[in-house]
Design a protein around this ligand. Structure first.
Ligand code: ADP
Ligand code: MG
Length: 258
């Protein structure tokens, strides 16, 4: 957990729109260590998705440094896995073919890796099922397995459990932590759910909007498995909530013109 895998320095992003410039990210500095689980939380529009897309190489029009294993990110690649809010599976392909994507299951190495991933995301027995036969949580587990196929250096997840009901969501959080503990893949997980952010993270990055900037970085030193009802968990929750209230106060001051 000591080597930096991702180094973001003085990152700025402005969207030019017909209505003018939108300063989406302002002076983001963040270094993430190998194997770390980072959650990014903040109100809607504070730049969470923009930040993730830039790290993924899906948007290369920005100012500043974004280095993965010391190399500037210039485009998408197999060293970065991405999971969106919706699973985005191919409806005409089975679970195993969705995971293998463009690789052939006839290749023994691919076959072995896909089988390992199916076991890891707890979909044994569903290899030959089609996406329409899966629940939302199962489909999202396929999406996670697909993103892990090429052992990415970092897995980027943009509100991946946002469309799931509370029980499925809690189960998915357990599954993801299990995957992380077995694989030690570096994770950057965007959410707007405080419980989720505290439950999963080694560090929580709190963003504030207009322009999107880092408001605070909160380390979470609670041991795993975490209990959401424990006092220490609730204390951390309050710490994060407190930062949000400060953001709201700043917004009120802004809008009142003080
Ligand atoms: P979040 O994911 O935190 O809700 P986003 O990263 O989607 O926020 O958006 C951050 C800001 O950038 C918002 O003000 C949004 O309107 C703006 N934005 C995002 N994408 C674009 C785009 N393609 N063109 C113009 N503005 C955009
Ligand atoms: Mg978003």
């Amino acid at each position: 957990m000591s080597t930096p895998v991702l180094e973001i320095g003085k990152l700025n992003k402005t969207f030019l729109t017909s209505k003018g410039a939108v300063h989406a990210l302002h002076q983001i500095d963040l270094t993430i260590k190998e194997g770390e689980f980072i959650t990014v939380i903040g109100p809607s529009g504070c730049g969470k998705s923009t930040l993730l897309k830039i790290v993924a190489g899906l948007d290369n029009r920005f100012d500043g440094d974004v280095k993965l294993s010391g190399k500037q990110v210039t485009g998408p690649g197999i060293d970065k896995g991405f999971v969106f809010q919706e699973p985005r599976l191919f409806p005409w392909l089975t679970v195993e073919k969705n995971i293998a994507a463009d690789l052939s299951l006839r290749n023994p190495q691919v076959r072995q890796k896909v089988d390992e991933l199916i076991e890891l995301v707890r979909l044994t027995g569903f290899e030959k099922s089609y996406p329409r036969e899966l629940s939302g949580g199962m489909a999202q587990r396929v999406a996670i397995a697909r993103a892990l196929l090429r052992n990415p250096k970092v897995l980027l997840l943009d509100e991946p459990f946002g469309a799931l009901d509370a029980f499925t969501r809690a189960h998915m959080q357990e599954v993801l932590l299990d995957i992380w503990q077995k694989n030690r893949t570096t994770m950057i997980f965007v959410t707007h759910d405080i419980d989720e952010a505290v439950f999963l993270a080694n560090r929580i990055v709190i963003l504030k909007p207009r322009p999107g900037a880092i408001r605070a970085v909160v380390p979470v030193d609670l041991p795993f498995p975490r209990k959401k009802a424990s006092t220490s968990f609730q204390q951390l929750r309050y710490t994060v909530l407190n930062e949000f209230e400060k953001i709201e106060e700043l917004e009120l001051i802004d809008s009142s013109g003080i």
